[in-house]
Design a protein around this ligand. Structure first.
Ligand SMILES: Cc1cc2nc3c(=O)[nH]c(=O)nc-3n(C[C@H](O)[C@H](O)[C@H](O)COP(=O)(O)O)c2cc1C
Length: 240
């Protein structure tokens, strides 16, 4: 594929078919992504690949944890304080999840969410419908492969920057090979279920997850949120 076509065709896939991804193809995609540039070539990231029984275990474990979290968020202040003290049901990820958006970014976030729910026919007040859709994150949208990206704690923002470049390379390589992907910040909420399956070095912090596989023919995969006009991203030069 032409580079511009790969860029145009990559989109977040939120419904995967059960068609398996071969070891050889996955290895090939990861090898391509691993050629990404990084700060002083330090490659400050490590990837945990979940497939087969490990993935199925996570697919069973995570959705109820999400349900519990949502119930807690809707519960009383007392329940929330108790949960914080006991660490019960509270996310144990390494980075604080974004719950409040800056004023200038909130409109873009809202527009994206609204458009997605509109496409799916989920009404504004339909809390259950929204919950079920969000819950799909923790089922990896049915994907046969999930990747968890960990970043070295010692390079400050440059580790996540480098991991982001790696992720984009991986997503483009997957698109070029006819596969779909969805980067998922949601998958960084809990670290402990991953510790059960992977020997994760303590100085590597869970940044993000990514589901990967073949796209299913579902309405949700036609979602195209568009982008802000380029002028909004460019900082104007001051007149001399
Ligand atoms: C770092 C990162 C985290 C994301 N987290 C999630 C997520 O948790 N769940 C989800 O459905 N989409 C997630 N997305 C996908 C974005 O919503 C999506 O990239 C954006 O709306 C643009 O749509 P497109 O990818 O289809 O072009 C994430 C994307 C990135 C880059």
């Amino acid at each position: 594929m032409e580079f511009k076509d790969v860029m145009a065709q990559r989109h977040s896939v939120r419904a995967f078919s059960d068609r398996p991804v071969s070891d050889e193809l996955l290895n090939d995609l990861l090898t391509t992504a691993a050629s990404s540039p990084s700060w002083s070539n330090t490659q400050p990231y490590q990837i945990a690949v979940a497939r087969g029984a490990v993935l199925e275990d996570l697919r069973e474990t995570l959705p109820p944890m999400f349900d519990e979290l949502v119930a807690l968020a809707r519960g009383s202040k007392l329940q929330q304080i108790k949960a914080k003290l006991t660490n019960d049901g509270v996310p144990d990820g390494d980075f604080r999840p974004v719950t409040h958006y800056p004023k200038d970014l909130q409109p873009r976030r809202n527009a994206t969410g609204q458009k997605l729910y509109e496409l799916l026919g989920i009404e504004r007040g339909d809390k259950l419908g929204r919950h079920q859709q969000m819950r799909e994150n923790f089922r990896f949208f049915g994907a046969p492969v999930a990747l968890f990206v960990f970043v070295h704690e010692g390079l400050d923002v440059y580790s996540p920057l480098d991991a982001g470049i790696f992720l984009q390379s991986l997503m483009l390589a997957a698109t070029d090979a006819g596969l779909g992907t969805c980067a998922q910040g949601a998958l960084a909420l809990w670290r402990s279920p991953l510790e059960k399956h992977f020997d994760i070095p303590g100085h590597y912090k869970l940044l993000c997850g990514l589901s990967l596989g073949y796209e299913a023919e579902e309405t949700i995969n036609t979602f195209s949120p568009g982008r802000a006009p380029l002028e909004e991203l460019l900082i104007k030069a001051k007149p001399l």
